[in-house]
Write a protein that binds this ligand. Structure first.
Ligand code: AKB
Length: 313
């Protein structure tokens, strides 16, 4: 068995995924890479590299040099920043995926994790309990790239037997590393704002519900999917995944139970339109059936963990 390469390891998910992968497999099996040199959260024993996923040659050299068998491709541009960098977002999100899929097709690596997102859904998808298979007409460049990526993942699996696994992540809530330019970032910013100012000016309207998940659940889902017997997986593109759903008003109320004088105001910007195009809640019954997925963090538990976690930073 070879080593595991995380591409985009300094991002919100990468930082916590490395921690768990090192615990599970040993830090010496983990190669963490990012376009920026690692500055913090360095785990002893993990090898840290600077790597641009768009540099196919260096990627291949890295895979050979470090005997990589599994790749977690986390480098991507998220929904809000992608709208400001359309061409680069498309190039990064698609070319990066092709580079890794091709390495598996050419047998350099055995298994891939590639995150998709609830952004594959659009205004014409069912809004509540959005099913796995439904209309996919995303209206953001990020969503279009994730929807296309899913199609390519399934294509490479069916055509070349590439073992690529994927989840449609909801907004991921965590405190160890800042979020990377998404629409659901408000649900992280709000906690930092509680601690710093006891108030928050929200860029999403008060009643817009979005699907979210606490980081520990997201990481556990990722590792459970990666460790599952492939024969049990009925989805070859990307699994719907759900944790909790809430609106800014609902999360503010949950925070107020602990910080009673916390206040929230609303100043919706272009991200509100992105949020309005996405589902309010997701039906992930196929993940629950195929690999027994079940989330642990409800809204109250998430709020407690976030408020406590931020104060320990
Ligand atoms: C974003 O808001 O862009 C991401 C996502 C839902 O994929 N957090």
């Amino acid at each position: 068995m070879g080593n595991k390469l995380i591409i985009g390891s300094s991002g919100q998910i990468g930082v916590e995924l490395i921690e768990q992968l090192s615990k599970l497999h040993g830090a010496d099996k983990i190669i963490a890479s990012d376009i920026k040199p690692a500055t913090k959260n360095i785990i002893e024993g993990v090898t840290y590299l600077t790597l641009d996923v768009l540099d196919k040659e260096k990627l291949l050299d890295t895979v050979k040099k470090y005997n990589i068998s599994e790749v977690y491709l986390l480098a991507a541009m998220l929904s809000a920043v992608a709208e400001k960098n359309i061409q680069f977002a498309w190039d990064l999100n698609m070319k990066g995926l092709f580079h890794v899929l091709d390495l598996a097709k050419e047998n350099y690596i055995k298994k891939i994790f590639w995150p998709s997102s609830i952004a594959v859904f659009g205004p014409t998808s069912p809004k509540i309990g959005t099913p796995q298979t439904t209309i996919l007409e995303p209206s953001t460049v990020y969503g279009i790239s994730k929807m296309s990526g899913e199609r390519w993942c399934e294509y490479y699996f069916l055509k070349y037997g590439v073992d690529v696994r994927s989840l449609r992540y909801p907004g991921i809530i965590s405190y160890k590393s800042p979020p990377g330019g998404g629409t659901t970032d408000y649900a992280i910013e709000i906690f930092h704002s509680v601690i710093n100012k006891n108030s928050y000016d929200c860029f999403i309207e008060e009643d817009v519900q979005l699907p979210m998940i606490y980081m520990d659940d997201a990481i556990r889902a990722t590792l459970e999917l990666m460790n599952c017997d492939r024969k049990k997986l009925s989805i070859n593109s990307s699994y719907n995944l759900s944790g909790i759903s809430f609106s800014p008003k609902e999360i503010a109320l949950a925070i107020k139970k602990i910080h009673t004088d916390f206040s929230i105001t609303y100043n919706p910007d272009f991200r509100n339109n992105i949020a309005l195009s996405w589902p309010s809640s997701i039906d992930d019954s196929i993940a629950r059936k195929d690999w027994l997925w079940s989330h642990e963090f409800n809204l109250e538990k998430t709020v407690e963990k976030m408020l406590f976690g931020i104060t320990t930073l």
